[in-house]
Design a protein around this ligand. Structure first.
Ligand code: CP3
Length: 342
């Protein structure tokens, strides 16, 4: 049986399009919350192959999505650079804030050892997924991970990270190189373990002046893709430069990514006109529409399907699913997309 997600990533339009959802394993599922409750903390959860395998499979069993995304987190990589990461319930991720001086002495540790359990999860998944389901591995893009490291967690405008770029460009460049090189090793491990697609999440690619976008988004992403190819990893790479706006064009041309995930705010017609016609595009339903459900959901699903009809397209959200989404809305979404087919 062929995997239609891979067909699309090879440049062939499929109708109805394959579908999966960003953050499809998560708190909106009661069976996820049950497994989550058995883990000591979120990091331990991500590094427990049996638990991570189980929650990756849950949305596949329930909704029959065309792809599974490895359950892990983009903030595991800072651990491989010797940084502490922890999650506080209700507050999200926390890290020890990183200064320019810290970066000078920073080294890449034992990526394959520390993050080995993630490789084991990928191995488990590659033998337990249905034949028609593609397996996606992922990592955070260096800039997005760097913002969390410098800010010590999430932040409204990434002020300290943006300041560091302008005030201490060498420290920023070194941090991004270290992150890219650790990420190359991490993604090689995932591909060797059986990941058939790799996705690079640059969730904070918005609001960057052009030279900075080149330096912090394009260059490190290109370094990762080149590093993968040099090491014989030839699986398709989906890039997600969230909020990049017109910079999506630069990203499509220069980052090395094979396919683009579009965020929900990006103008659909503009994207269709401006992006290469043969480049597979993924997206771009607003997560708030999935929360709303009902006829608003139907209308938006139809609009997106029809807009991308002629193009290689993967249906997805334009950002992660929120914990308050009723599972009935996801069922409605999937059956609307498939229109009774498959
Ligand atoms: O199902 C999947 O998509 C696979 C697993 C996955 C998670 N995080 C699990 C997770 C993936 C691909 C991610 C990526 C990720 N993590 C991103 C990039 C995508 C995006 O959303 O922009 C980012 C920025 C992170 C960092 C992160 N992890 C934050 C900011 C948070 C807290 C916010 C929140 O939703 O609570 C996390 C925690 C996290 N990662 C959860 C899950 C399911 C929720 C934590 C829990 O279950 O307690």
């Amino acid at each position: 049986m062929s995997k239609i997600l891979l067909d699309v990533l090879n440049g062939n339009p499929v109708s109805p399009p394959p579908v999966w959802l960003m953050r499809q394993a998560g708190r909106y599922l009661s069976e996820y919350r049950e497994v989550r409750a058995t883990a000591k903390d979120f990091i331990d959860f991500c590094l427990s192959p049996d638990k991570a395998t189980e929650v990756t499979l849950q949305p596949i069993r329930r909704f029959g999505f065309d792809a599974a995304i490895l359950f892990a987190d983009i903030l595991l990589i800072p651990m491989a650079l010797g940084r502490k990461v922890w999650f506080v319930a209700g507050e999200g991720p926390q890290l020890d804030p990183l200064s320019a001086a810290d970066i000078e002495n920073m080294e890449i540790g034992d990526v394959e050892g520390l993050l080995g359990p993630v490789g084991q999860t990928v191995k488990n998944l590659s033998v337990s997924l249905p034949d028609e389901t593609a397996l996606i591995g992922f990592a955070g893009a260096p800039w997005t991970v760097a913002t969390y490291m410098i800010e010590g967690g999430g932040s409204k405008d990434r002020w300290n990270a943006r300041r560091m770029y302008w005030e201490n460009p060498e420290a920023m460049a070194r941090l991004l190189d270290l992150l890219a090189d650790a990420t190359i090793r991490y993604l090689i491990m995932q591909a060797k373990a059986g990941a058939e697609v790799l996705k690079i999440f640059d969730s904070w690619a918005e609001g960057l002046p052009p030279p900075m976008f080149e330096d912090v988004v394009i260059r490190p992403t290109r370094r990762i893709v080149d590093g993968l190819r040099e090491n014989g990893v030839n699986v398709p790479v989906i890039g997600f430069p969230k909020g990049a706006g017109p910079n999506y064009v630069t990203y499509a041309r220069e980052s090395g990514a094979n396919a683009l995930a579009l965020d929900y705010g990006l103008n659909t017609q503009w994207a269709l006109d401006a992006l290469p016609k043969d480049m597979p595009l993924q997206g771009q339903l607003d997560p708030a529409v999935l929360r709303a459900g009902g006829s608003a959901l139907d209308v938006e699903v139809d609009r997106i399907i029809s807009a991308f009809r002629e193009r290689p397209h993967i249906f997805n959200l334009g950002h992660g699913i929120t914990p308050d989404v009723p599972v009935e809305h996801v069922e409605r979404l999937v059956s609307r997309i498939r229109g009774g087919k498959r």
